[in-house]
Ligand binder design. Structure first.
Ligand SMILES: Cc1ncc(COP(=O)(O)O)c(C=O)c1O
Ligand SMILES: NCC(=O)CCC(=O)O
Length: 483
């Protein structure tokens, strides 16, 4: 145990309660760290005076695990370094984008070159079309290419917000279906029973969303086709779209039952509604063509077991290579309803920003089949090692995977299928596990409701550090008691 433990519990006081680091912490490369003691606690206190909760996104706040968020200063490959000079193996990977590992030299070079040509033009640039073409070409499976047109925006929130406005404008209908525990960013209509930070903070919905807006979103239990069919029987003529995470990873990972996404597409289409598949998190992370690509890849006999074609797909995270860039794409006839061709308005001063486009293009060009093989391999080794450590320590748990994404639920070996199942778990086991890992130099998502992210840079050394940290952390989870 290092002095990291001393920093816990420092919150709004502004007092530096940290102890003296006598741990002799070394970096992964073996060189001695020169920690600036107490810097995380000091920075957190300072941040809270000027920034609500000290964070610019609630998921960073350590609210469900307690303690002091680490204030990061740099990241390279599979490692991230905090204000005290401590280096962690990073299993958050910027919540998804860092698929190649942090600061890949070629991506950094592309960004530097683009920056030298100008930071933002507010005018159209050739690389935006390059990126649209690359996404169109990559998202194909079994001869189907669902991305006929693509528009670039700046965040996943904007991508899904625009997708639902477009679906409403295209169909002339107002009602949306979303699933409990799914997170699609923070636009008003999509915040009901959302996963991610709302799950972490146990918020059923957000204050500030007008009741009239919330009333137009039907929230259904995930993986429950009967519920979807019943909703369409009752409101079919009013439903503009179903929006679904391609493979949910914001209530932990809860993959779709085989054929579920295909059945959603069929049901929506039967009733004149659209299917919006949200691949902000899964897109270009779980595979070259996202989760849709995995589900629609022909088996060796050439058969796609449950084929489906989404009407709209949203991307974010990896598509921007760590810069603020996201996208929505899909059927040309639907996409052409966007202004300036059509009546559905969408815009953005920084949409298609040249630096972000350079990062995205460079990342996607580098993310070849070998990268996805590395991701899959690292993910398997790490998730199996964690699961074994829990088993060894007698911690009942289930491990769920969606491609290289994975997460754990506690208290049962029965894998949850929906948000209600997820919420029944022994969530109290996660905080001591998380802090034990953090103390040992492994940074996990600070919530049991988030997926773990690996990168192609997670090599044997990084994985070894994770594996070494596991027995003590699993013991901490085993010893945990409800608050
Ligand atoms: C599936 C999904 N959709 C949308 C979003 C929103 O993206 P952003 O945080 O870029 O607004 C996220 C994650 O944050 C996500 O995981
Ligand atoms: N899985 C949750 C996210 O990726 C969200 C990140 C954020 O809101 O900062």
């Amino acid at each position: 145990m290092t002095s990291e433990i001393d920093l816990r519990g420092t919150d709004t006081s502004g007092t530096d309660t940290s102890g003296t680091d006598t741990s002799g912490t070394t970096t992964a490369g073996g060189s001695p760290a020169v920690p600036e003691q107490g810097a995380n606690a000091r920075e957190f206190a300072r941040a809270q005076r000027s920034i609500p909760g000290g964070v610019n996104s609630p998921v960073r706040a350590f609210r469900s695990v307690g303690g002091t968020p680490r204030f990061m200063v740099s990241a390279q490959g599979p490692y991230i370094t905090d204000s005290e000079g401590r280096e962690y193996v990073d299993l958050v990977c910027s919540w998804g984008p860092a698929v190649l590992g942090h600061a890949h030299p070629e991506v950094v070079k592309a960004v530097q070159d683009a920056a030298a040509r100008g930071l933002s033009f507010g005018a159209t640039t050739p690389p935006e079309t390059d990126l649209a073409e690359l996404v169109r070409a990559r998202v194909t499976a079994g001869g189907v290419a669902p991305i006929e047109k693509l528009r670039l925006v700046s965040t996943g929130t904007e991508a899904t917000m625009t997708a639902i406005r477009l679906a409403r404008g295209f169909t002339g209908r107002d009602v949306l279906i979303k699933f409990a525990g799914h997170y699609h960013g923070h636009s008003d209509p999509l915040l009901a029973e959302a996963g991610s930070g709302l799950a972490t903070l146990a918020l059923p919905a957000s204050a500030g969303v007008p009741a009239a807006t919330a009333a137009l979103t039907i929230v259904l239990p995930y993986n429950d086709l009967d519920a979807v069919r019943t909703a369409f029987e009752e409101f079919g003529q009013q439903i503009a779209a179903i929006i679904v995470e391609a493979a949910p990873a914001n209530m932990g990972v809860v993959p779709p039952a085989p054929g579920f996404n295909a059945a959603l597409a069929a049901t929506a289409h039967e009733h004149g509604a659209l299917l919006i598949v949200d691949e902000v998190l899964t897109g270009f992370r779980v595979g070259s063509a996202g989760w849709w690509g995995l589900e629609n890849a022909p088996a060796p006999d050439g058969v796609v077991v449950h084929p489906y074609t989404p009407d709209l797909v949203t991307f974010g995270k990896v598509v921007g290579g760590g810069m603020p860039l996201a996208a929505l794409g899909g059927r040309a006839d639907v996409m052409d309803h966007l202004a300036p061709l059509g009546p559905v308005y969408q815009a953005g001063t920084l949409s298609g920003n040249p630096i972000a486009v350079a990062a995205g293009l460079s990342t996607l060009r580098l993310a070849d089949a070998a990268v996805y093989e590395k991701l899959d391999a690292a993910s398997l080794i790490i998730s199996d090692a964690v699961s074994s450590a829990f088993a060894e320590a007698g911690v009942a748990h289930s491990l769920q995977r969606a491609g290289s994404l994975f997460s754990f639920t506690f208290g049962s070996d029965v894998a949850p299928r929906d948000y209600a199942d997820v919420q029944r778990q022994e969530a109290f086991r996660y905080a001591p596990f998380f802090h034990s890992m953090l103390d040992a130099g492994v940074s996990l998502p600070p919530s049991v409701y988030e997926a773990w992210f690996v990168s192609a840079a997670h090599d044997d050394t990084a994985i070894g550090r994770i594996v070494d940290a596991l027995p003590a952390a699993a013991q901490a989870a085993a010893a945990a008691t409800p608050a």
